[in-house]
Design a protein around this ligand. Structure first.
Ligand SMILES: [Zn+2]
Length: 220
């Protein structure tokens, strides 16, 4: 189980760290470069993430496409440049990346593009040496940007993915949610219970994304 959290540093980052430490599980934070420069608090949260042994940092672009995804992916060179900017700015040198607004995979053995119009940009990221990791399961927000639904439903979805062999690599599940959904006590509690029940089932080990199979092999 690879717990991943996108768009940090953000509201909710500190709550996320509190849950991870309570449960003593590791996770990966896919950071947005510009968020680090959004406020003093976000800069401080980056330093909290950076020094935390349970956390691995990865690249989720500098601008997050300004949330205009269609335009962003039309210009593959600019996409690579945006990831390079985040890499240099945040010192994310292992080149593990996740595309904003798109569930794209470009690893040695896995090529997935959710929207075909992003294909060229994804291929160029791979050519530039990025290992692009999407996700198998997302815990989405409700209309108040809190976690939608209960942990029991998410646990059922985890089971369903394995039962139906829907994970990209057999027996490895990449889980995604966002720091910014962890600002209210219900969401914090639900994520905590989700992790606790995964742990108590004794069926899972938690790993950082750099330990995903074959991710560190040289790309073809
Ligand atoms: Zn994002």
């Amino acid at each position: 189980m690879y717990l991943t959290f996108d768009d940090g540093p953000n509201r909710g980052t500190e709550n996320l760290l509190r849950i991870l430490h309570k449960r003593n599980v590791c996770a990966t934070a896919f950071l947005v470069g510009k968020h680090v420069y959004g406020s003093k608090k976000q800069q401080q949260d980056l330093e909290l993430l950076r020094k935390d042994q349970l956390i691995e940092l990865a690249n989720h672009s500098f601008t997050h496409a300004h949330n205009r995804y269609t335009d962003f992916y039309k210009n593959p060179a600019a996409v690579v440049h945006d990831f390079d900017t985040a890499k240099d700015s945040l010192r994310l040198y292992d080149r593990i990346a996740r595309t904003p607004g798109r569930n794209i995979w470009r690893l040695n053995n896995i090529t997935v593009t959710d929207l075909k119009s992003s294909k060229d940009a994804a291929d160029q990221l791979k050519q530039a040496g990025y290992k692009v990791v999407g996700w198998d399961l997302e815990w989405k927000p409700n209309n108040t940007m809190a976690l939608k639904g209960k942990h029991e439903e998410m646990l059922k979805k985890v089971d369903s993915i394995f039962f139906n062999d829907l994970e990209k690599t057999s027996r490895h599940l990449v889980f995604l949610t966002h720091d910014q959904y962890l600002t209210d006590s219900d969401s914090v509690n639900e994520l905590d219970l989700f992790i606790e029940k995964l742990q108590k089932s004794n069926r899972f080990v938690f790993r950082k994304i750099s330990e995903y199979p074959k991710i560190n092999e040289v790309l073809n």
